[in-house]
Design a protein around this ligand. Structure first.
Ligand code: S3P
Length: 192
């Protein structure tokens, strides 16, 4: 049996972890947080890695964790939340080729407000101007995800329902008809 997975992509505070956990719960799949994987592999928190090795050191650890996840340790069916910069790196997008990716889109101003209240330390958050600039730089890469879902004003349940249906129709159109695939969430080219 093949492995099924979907990867959530988006800027800081776009809800990748909360949407990912809820989507995984609805599907009966595992939830994997890539930043959590990095911290477990490195024995350090994300801010500690940034402090000691800089962004370049963090990106290296991030790619290593992602490569390990997709090539060796993907646990059965799972929803994976990537960190905000992961999908921006070309080498990471290459590792994810063929996997369904979902961009959770919301305006930078809304994400900034959310980032102020969620209590997470984010080394790259900066001030509102830096935040908006980084968002604009990254947007073209996020748009390369297989599916884009606008999150503003939607609750978790409706967002997850929308993601499921978008993945379903995408899977069906790629496979040429619903009868051909039992689940849309599999890597293109792999059997279930
Ligand atoms: C980063 C976002 C963070 C974390 C790291 C770098 C980024 O994840 O991976 O601090 O480059 O945007 P979240 O998107 O979960 O905050």
């Amino acid at each position: 049996m093949g492995v099924s997975a979907v990867f959530l992509v988006g800027f800081m505070a776009s809800g990748k972890s909360s949407v990912g956990q809820e989507l995984a719960r609805r599907l009966g799949w595992d939830f994997v947080d890539l930043d959590g994987r990095i911290e477990a592999r490195e024995g350090q928190s994300v801010p500690e890695i940034f402090r000691e090795r800089g962004e370049a050191g963090f990106r290296l650890a991030e790619t290593n964790a992602l490569r390990d996840l997709v090539t060796e340790s993907l646990p059965g069916n799972c929803v994976v939340a990537l960190g905000g910069g992961a999908f921006v790196q070309e080498r990471n997008r290459e590792l994810l080729l063929g996997w369904p990716t979902v961009f959770l889109e919301a305006p930078a101003s809304e994400l900034w407000q959310r980032s102020l209240t969620d209590g997470i330390e984010r080394p790259l958050r900066g001030d509102p101007q830096q935040f908006a600039r980084l968002y604009a730089e990254r947007l073209p890469f996020y748009r390369e995800a297989s599916v884009t879902v606008v999150t503003s004003g939607k609750d978790l349940a409706s967002l997850c329902a929308e993601i499921e249906s978008r993945l379903q129709s995408r899977g069906n159109s790629e496979a040429g008809g619903p009868s051909e695939i039992p689940s849309p969430h599999f890597r293109t080219g792999e059997s279930q």
